[in-house]
Design a protein around this ligand. Structure first.
Ligand SMILES: Cc1ncc(COP(=O)(O)O)c(C=O)c1O
Length: 386
């Protein structure tokens, strides 16, 4: 496979001025990431500060209701509330070993911003967060958390005022500040080496989950389901199961309202091939290549592109990608809260909804759902809807 590609997808489609920091990062990965020293430091941070390993939780009530054995990998129990912290602590550690002083990032739902702000505080680094102005409004609790953690938030007013625009602005800022700044990319997307770097740091999810599942049940799950925004929690949940051909890998995209032609966040199902944010991938775009506005009730899924490894896994047929709409996700949100006492993020509710909506076909099977984050941040969105 060509370096930086997954099948036909990936690459480095960036202005010349962005090549030096990408080359510097790739070199740091080669020289630092896989050393015993780095891996020991990273594992220690995950244990002492994040609370890993995260639990594997059975859902007895939902399993009784549906006839499907539902298990949750509890990334919502991580310090700062989502899987994002695995990636940001790893990148912050790498950046510090590279001698950088500032962490620059973008955020949609705010969970990545909170995770980078947390890592920056821990590592004594400055933190700058670009966030679409629409997301600043709809994820207010996370904006406050970032401020308390000492981050500077820069609202982005261009375009649809969401994650896509925040990434554009942050990439532009990186061009100007690369000498002392690491761009802590929040998902398994963007130009090489980010999709690979984020995958390597999030793979701790499937490494733990695979072993926990074997220890608890003596077998592997029949399927692993995870929501797909840019794709980091899903690729982390899939990675160590990829060689296990008996395990279905199911990525769940957001179908928006679900009506024909509505705005959605499902480029693997409803998009076409193109280039955005430095990568060749599947995108929501017009025939002329103009990026279309995306939508999901879950802000963290609201992105018109997807990480290239998912496009590659879809192309090879190893993973399948399905859609869940806003009301199906809300139903899963409500059921998990009421039947198991766990309030999931709206993003993660999409992954659970796949198992619930397909219960008839999954009778008696063991389904591992990656619960990527907790729903505290979503109270304003769900108020009056459930
Ligand atoms: C809780 C949660 N899950 C999932 C996502 C989607 O991101 P990714 O596809 O990179 O996991 C987000 C993004 O903000 C999130 O906050």
């Amino acid at each position: 496979m060509k370096k930086g590609y997954f099948g036909d997808f990936g690459g480095q489609f960036v202005p010349e001025l962005l090549m030096p920091p990408l080359i510097e990062l790739e070199r740091a990965m080669d020289e630092i990431l896989y050393t015993e020293d780095f891996q020991n430091d990273f594992k220690r941070l995950l244990k002492d500060n994040v609370g890993r390993p995260s639990a594997l939780t059975p859902c007895p009530n939902l399993s009784k209701d549906t006839g499907v054995n539902i298990w949750l990998k509890r990334e919502d129990l991580n310090h700062s509330g989502a899987h994002k912290i695995n990636n940001t602590l790893g990148q912050a550690l790498l950046a510090r070993k590279m001698g950088k002083k500032v962490l620059l990032t973008e955020t949609g739902a705010g969970m990545n911003g909170v995770a980078v702000a947390t890592a920056a505080a821990m590592m004594d680094m400055k933190c700058l967060v670009y966030m679409g102005a629409k997301d600043v409004e709809r994820q207010e609790p996370n904006v406050r958390r970032m401020e308390v953690l000492g981050a500077e938030i820069i609202p982005v007013e261009s375009g649809t005022r969401t994650l896509k625009d925040a990434i554009n602005a942050a990439l532009r800022r990186w061009i100007a500040t690369q000498s002392d700044t690491h761009y802590c990319f929040g998902t398994a997307a963007g130009p090489h080496p980010f999709p690979l770097l984020v995958r390597e740091l999030q793979a701790v999810i499937s490494e733990e989950a695979r072993q926990q599942f074997l220890d608890r049940t003596g077998r592997l799950p029949d399927a692993v389901s995870a929501c797909v925004g840019g794709g980091s929690n899903a690729i982390g949940a899939f990675h160590h199961f990829v060689p296990d051909e008996s395990v279905r890998l199911v990525g769940v995209e957001a179908a928006g309202s679900g009506e024909e032609g509505c705005h959605n966040s499902a480029p693997l199902n409803l998009g076409t091939e193109g280039v955005l944010h430095g990568m060749r991938t599947r995108l929501l775009q017009t025939d002329e290549g103009q990026i279309l506005p995306s939508h999901s009730i879950a802000p963290g899924l609201d992105y018109p592109g997807v990480g290239p490894e998912h496009a590659g896994l879809q192309q090879s047929g190893r993973a399948e990608y399905v859609t869940i709409n806003d009301s199906q996700a809300l139903n899963a949100f409500k059921l998990l809260a009421r039947r198991e006492g766990i309030i999931p993020a709206l993003e993660s509710s999409h992954a659970l909804a796949w198992a619930l909506e397909n219960a008839d076909d999954l009778q008696g099977q063991h389904i591992l759902v990656n619960l990527s984050g907790r729903g505290d941040k979503d109270m304003g969105i769900v108020a009056g809807l459930i």
